[in-house]
Design a protein around this ligand. Structure first.
Ligand code: ATP
Length: 351
């Protein structure tokens, strides 16, 4: 019997379509290696380009269709010059997160090649941790508050709820049980009452997982320790904005945005996309690194949670590792000369 997974593909703007093409190429290569599993892909237009064409970056019928697929594969959305009248960029990816209640921002950080890290002493595999970013509240919850009330001050709200915190902490602890058994809470509990509340809930949930070790660090120290001792981390869990910032820092530890995949996961739906944005500075030149997207395809296969798709995820990670073993297999962001397309081809061939 064959199991068919239907995937919504949202290429988006900027380098989104370039990297998604390689992600799809690799997915098709994996499909040939799997027994009894295939993928039905359906593409939809979203993002700033879609706004310019039809006035809405995330049309409601597209959102509705996305709900009907097993998973969503996304490139990147938004362009610096296409903004709402209040000056803010369009961020349909955030709308998607909130509409589909994708509370868990999963950001795996793994060093595939010693030459990719600015921390000179680490070898492949020695930096290997996951950031769990709370995706639906925190400081980002102020983003829809509208214009400041007057011309003298502006305030954003950092919203922490018990429900939102409990579910992200449980997800982090479950992951730590599958990994090396350590969860690090990153907060600012020494200054912000909302963060003290966050920490209290963390302590409560940690009691449900006595086999998992915990540590608690403030976000400023986390920035320092991530650079000084990245190999000591296993699972980090944090608030939305802190997670946003630290995951870019963490991507920098393993070669940059082109190496950092992500999954935005809820109870029923999930979106997989590279951690990077649309990179307008390099869009259209065929030089974007597609590995973040390809590793996001692997995360998607893990999440689909079929024995064969999980095997496919391992095949992808293995192929990325063996392609990156050779120093010449680098795109320009890693100091090499390969095009987006050539990197995608190499990984697909390896599979
Ligand atoms: P967003 O706010 O949408 O997350 P951003 O402003 O953080 O986006 P990115 O689009 O992520 O910016 O780009 C940040 C930097 O990383 C840019 O210099 C960009 O060229 C580079 N970059 C991002 N993605 C890639 C990639 N896949 N390959 C190579 N370089 C990339």
């Amino acid at each position: 019997m064959t199991t068919t997974f239907s995937i919504a593909v949202l290429a988006g703007d900027g380098i989104g379509p370039e990297v998604i093409a390689e992600g799809v190429k690799v997915l098709r290569a994996v499909e040939c290696r799997l027994d009894g599993v295939n993928f039905e892909l359906m593409e939809y237009s979203v993002g700033a380009g879609e706004f310019l064409r039809n006035g809405d970056p995330l049309p409601s019928h597209t959102l509705q269709r996305c709900r009907e697929h097993h998973a969503i594969l996304l490139g990147a959305m938004g362009l610096p010059d296409v903004r709402w009248p209040n000056g803010l960029e369009m961020t349909p990816q955030l709308d998607l997160r909130e509409q589909l209640d994708l509370f868990c921002g999963l950001r795996p950080i793994r060093l595939f090649h010693a030459g990719d890290t600015p921390c000179k002493t680490y070898g492949a595999g020695e930096i290997d941790f996951v950031i769990f970013r709370e995706n639906c509240e925190g400081l980002f919850s102020g983003r829809l508050a509208g214009k400041p009330a007057n011309d003298h001050e502006a305030t954003d709200t950092l919203r922490i709820t018990r429900k939102g915190s409990e579910r992200i902490f449980r997800a982090a602890f479950r992951e730590a049980k599958r990994r090396r058994g350590l969860v690090t809470l990153v907060d600012k509990a020494n200054v912000l009452p909302s963060m003290a509340f966050f920490r209290r809930i963390f302590d409560e949930i940690s009691r449900e997982f006595p086999e998992v070790k915990t540590e608690k660090i403030y976000v400023d120290a986390a920035a320092l320790y991530l650079v000084k001792r990245p190999d000591t981390f296993d699972v980090l869990v944090t608030e939305n904005m802190f997670g946003d910032i630290l995951s870019d820092l963490a991507a920098g530890l393993v070669g940059g945005m082109g190496m950092a995949p992500s999954g935005d996961i809820g109870d029923r739906h999930a979106v997989f996309q590279p951690s990077h944005g649309t990179a307008p500075d390099i869009a259209g030149r065929g030089i974007a690194n597609p590995i973040a997207t390809i590793l996001s395809v692997a995360l998607m296969l893990d999440w689909l949670n079929h024995a064969e798709t999980r095997r496919g995820a391992e095949l992808i990670r293995h192929a990325v590792a063996s392609v990156r073993e050779k120093p010449e297999n680098r795109t320009p962001d890693l100091g090499g000369k390969l095009s987006t397309n050539e990197m995608g081809d190499l990984i697909a061939q390896e599979i």
